[in-house]
Design a binder for this molecule. Structure first.
Ligand code: UGA
Length: 407
C-alpha cells in the first residue's frame, strides 16, 4: 500500500521500467511492476527532485562492486547520498540497503550534512537486504529477519513500522553492527559451501559419498541442511565480492581473517578441481577436443553471469585448448558479453553435445534433468558426463552406457 518512486540515473532502464519491463531477469518481477503501476503506487524517474518531493523514506540500493584491493567501491553510494542531500526539501530517513563496509552509514551521514545547501534534519538507517537472485520476491516477502541499525531510535522505529506487514523478526541494533551482520551472513554462507566442497574432496579421496554426508549432517538442527549443496564452487555478484571485502575490512582493522581467506582459497581450488575432472574424462589432454557445457549462469533461475563458477571452469578448459560449446536457457546465442569470449554458445542442449568428448553440467537448471538422454548419447563422440551439481539421474545414465561422475 505504500507509494514508491524508483530513481535510476540510466534513462534506458527507467524507460524499460515505465513500459513494465524489469531490466533484470527475476521471476515474478514484471508482473509485480505491472500490478503496482496499474494501481498507481509505483513510479519511475531519473529526477531526484521529483522522487524526493514528498518522500518520507529514501532507500539507497546502488551497486558496491569490488575495488582494486577487494574493498567495496563506494562511488555510487557517494553519488546517491550527494544527490539526496542536494534535493531534499523536508526531513527524511535515508535507509541504506547496499552492502557497504562497516562505518559507511556514518560516512553517508557526513556526506549528506556537507552537501546540503541548507541544514535539514535527517537520519541514516542501515537495513541490509538478504534476498537471493531468482527468489528475490519470495525472500523479500518472507524474510527470516529484518535488520535495522541506526543512531536514531525514532528513525529505527519508523523503519521497523514500515516492515511490520512482513511479520518478520526484527533485529534492532546500531549502524555498524547492522552493516557487519550483512557481511558476516554472506561470509558464513560461503563458508558452509566451501566447507562442504572441501569435505567432498576428502570424500572422493577416501571413497565416501558427500551427498549422504550432507544428509547426515544436515538433520542436526545445529548444522541445518541449507547451503550445504556441494557444487562447482560459489559465485555470483555477492559472495565473491563480499568475502573479499570482509577480508579487507578485517585487515584494515588489524585482524588477519585467515579462516575466510581459506574459504576463498577452497573455492578457487574447487574451480580447478572441477576443470581437472572434466579434462580427465576427456582423456587428459583436451587440446582440440569438444567439451559440451550445460549452464553458464552462476546458478539456476537467473541470467546473471557475474563471477559465475561455470565461466571460471570453462576459462580453465579454454586455456588448455578445449573447444567449449555451451547451452544455457538464460543465455542467447550471439550474446556479445565479454565474459563469454571464446565460448561457442548455442540455443539447444542437444546441439551443445554434438561431437563432444564429455558433457559438463555446471548450473543446476531443472530442465536439464528432463532431457532425452538417448538423444544426448547419440550426438556425443563419447558417453561421458561430469555433473558438478549432482543434478542428473546417475542410474538412468549408467543404463544408457554413460560414464558418470558427480561431486
Ligand atoms: C546471496 C545470499 O544468499 C543472499 O542472502 C544475499 O542477499 C545476496 O547474496 C546478496 O548479498 O545480495 P545470491 O548471490 O543471489 O544470494 O545467490 P545464492 O543463492 O546465495 O548462491 C550463491 C552461490 O552459491 C551460487 O554460485 C550457488 O550456486 C552457490 N551455492 C549455494 C552452492 O554451491 N551450494 C549451496 O548449497 C548454495
Amino acid at each position: 500500500g505504500n507509494r514508491v518512486t524508483c530513481i535510476d540515473i540510466s534513462e534506458e532502464k527507467i524507460e524499460m521500467l515505465r513500459r513494465g519491463q524489469a531490466p533484470i531477469y527475476e521471476p515474478g518481477l514484471n508482473e509485480m511492476i505491472a500490478r503496482n503501476v496499474r494501481g498507481g503506487r509505483l513510479h519511475f524517474t531519473t529526477e531526484y527532485a521529483e522522487a524526493l518531493e514528498d518522500a518520507e523514506y529514501i532507500f539507497i540500493c546502488v551497486g558496491t562492486p569490488s575495488g582494486v584491493d577487494g574493498e567495496a567501491d563506494l562511488q555510487y553510494v557517494r553519488m546517491a547520498a550527494e544527490s539526496v542531500a542536494r534535493c531534499m526539501t523536508h526531513p527524511v530517513i535515508v535507509i541504506n540497503k547496499s552492502t557497504v563496509p562497516v562505518g559507511t552509514g556514518d560516512w553517508v551521514a557526513d556526506i549528506i550534512k556537507r552537501s546540503q545547501p541548507e541544514p535539514i534534519d535527517f537520519a541514516v538507517v542501515s537495513c541490509p537486504e538478504f534476498t537471493r537472485e531468482g527468489s528475490a520476491l519470495y525472500d523479500f516477502m518472507n524474510p527470516d529477519r529484518v535488520v535495522i541499525g541506526s543512531r536514531s531510535r525514532e528513525a529505527a522505529e519508523k523503519v521497523a513500522q514500515l516492515h511490520l506487514p512482513l511479520r518478520a523478526r526484527i533485529v534492532m541494533t546500531d549502524l555498524r553492527t547492522a552493516e557487519m551482520i550483512k557481511y558476516a551472513s554472506n561470509a558464513f554462507l560461503a563458508t558452509k559451501i566451501s566447507f562442504v566442497n572441501a569435505i567432498a574432496a576428502v570424500c572422493e579421496a577416501v571413497g565416501a559419498d558427500v551427498n549422504d554426508v550432507v544428509l547426515g549432517m544436515g538433520y542436526d538442527k545445529r548444522i541445518g541442511e541449507a547451503f550445504l549443496r556441494p557444487g562447482p564452487g560459489w559465485g555470483g555478484s555477492c559472495f565473491p565480492k563480499d568475502s573479499h571485502a570482509l577480508v579487507k575490512i578485517a585487515e584494515d582493522a588489524g585482524y588477519d581473517f585467515g579462516l575466510l581467506k581459506g574459504v576463498i582459497d577452497v573455492n578457487e581450488e574447487q574451480f580447478a578441481r572441477v576443470a581437472d575432472k572434466i579434462a580427465r574424462h576427456a582423456g587428459g589432454d583436451v587440446t582440440g577436443k569438444v567439451v559440451a557445457v550445460w549452464g553458464l549462469t552462476f546458478k539456476a533461475r537467473t541470467d546473471d553471469l557475474r563471477d559465475s563458477p561455470s565461466i571460471e571452469i570453462v576459462s580453465r578448459l579454454l586455456a588448455r585448448g578445449a573447444i567449449v560449446r555451451a547451452y544455457d536457457p538464460a543465455v542467447e546465442p550471439g550474446t556479445t558479453d565479454q565474459r563469454l569470449a571464446g565460448i561457442e554458445v548455442v540455443g539447444d542442449p542437444y546441439q551443445a553435445v554434438e561431437g563432444a568428448e564429455v558433457l559438463a553440467v555446471l548450473t543446476e537448471w531443472d530442465e536439464f534433468k528432463w532431457l532425452d538422454f538417448d538423444k544426448v548419447a547419440e550426438g556425443m563422440a563419447a558417453r561421458r558426463v561430469v555433473d558438478a551439481r549432482n543434478l542428473l539421474d546417475r542410474t538412468g545414465l549408467a543404463r544408457r552406457g554413460f560414464e558418470y561422475e558427480g561431486i
